[in-house]
Design a protein around this ligand. Structure first.
Ligand code: ZN
Length: 232
């Protein structure tokens, strides 16, 4: 829904929101939270798979928690067995582009080519064809709507983001716990863009504490698909 006092905010502010705002669907269908009628959240991870992803899979398995991993195609090519382990554990895999570019000022053709390459790479290595897409840096741009439509992808932003690439585990846990609510989509990172062997120790430590904390508060951890379509 595009409802805002456009005349009041001005074009620049409008564009800033359109490109980066979590609730913007200006450049293509996008959701940023699930329904609020069930005590469930979707934990999501961007920028993987990485060498640290198996550690996160272990934590999730220990708590019987589901999650969604928005992977980069190039990282799947680097660590295909980790990508397969994500799918084999019953988690959902989403598309987070192939090369993690800024879409800002990119051509519609380049945007679609990158998304398509990710889609094909993910499918080739895991057998999964994603239905959800998370834009790198949360940046959407012209051409994305058509690309999403042709690739049958719906955008997923977040209710709360952990800033786990620059925060300590304690801070990440506090931030996410404070913003957890029914239907929340929580965004963390099991990789750092396309880096090999990224240092995601603070993220792993945060997951280790956040999952039991939210379970104790009665939340269920669901994939994005399950959160949005509980009957499926
Ligand atoms: Zn990312």
């Amino acid at each position: 829904m595009l409802v805002l006092p456009a005349a009041a905010v001005g074009f620049t502010a409008f564009m800033a929101w359109a490109v980066r705002g979590r609730s913007s669907a200006v450049f293509g269908p996008s959701i940023w939270r699930g329904p609020g009628n069930r005590r469930a959240v979707a934990l999501t991870f961007d920028d993987g798979p990485s060498e640290a992803t198996p550690e996160i899979l272990d934590i999730l398995a220990r708590h019987n928690a589901s999650a969604t991993f928005f992977v980069c195609g190039a990282n799947v090519e680097r660590l295909p067995e980790v990508a397969r382990a994500i799918a084999a554990a019953g988690h959902e895999i989403g598309n987070h582009s192939h090369t993690h570019p800024y879409f800002f000022l990119r051509s519609p053709r380049a945007i679609e080519a990158d998304l398509r390459r990710a889609q094909e790479t993910i499918q080739a290595h895991t057998g999964v064809r994603p239905v959800w897409f998370r834009a790198p840096y949360g940046v959407r741009w012209f051409g994305l709507r058509a690309a999403q439509k042709r690739l049958q992808l719906t955008g997923v932003m977040w209710t709360a983001i952990g800033y786990d690439w620059s925060s300590g585990a304690e801070e990440v846990v506090a931030r996410m716990a404070a913003k957890a609510e029914n239907g929340a989509i929580l965004c963390l990172h099991d990789g750092r863009e396309l880096r090999a062997r990224p240092d995601v120790r603070e993220t792993v430590a945060a997951v280790r504490r956040l999952v039991p904390l939210l379970l104790d508060q009665g939340y269920k951890f669901e994939t994005v698909s399950r959160l949005l379509c509980p009957k499926n």
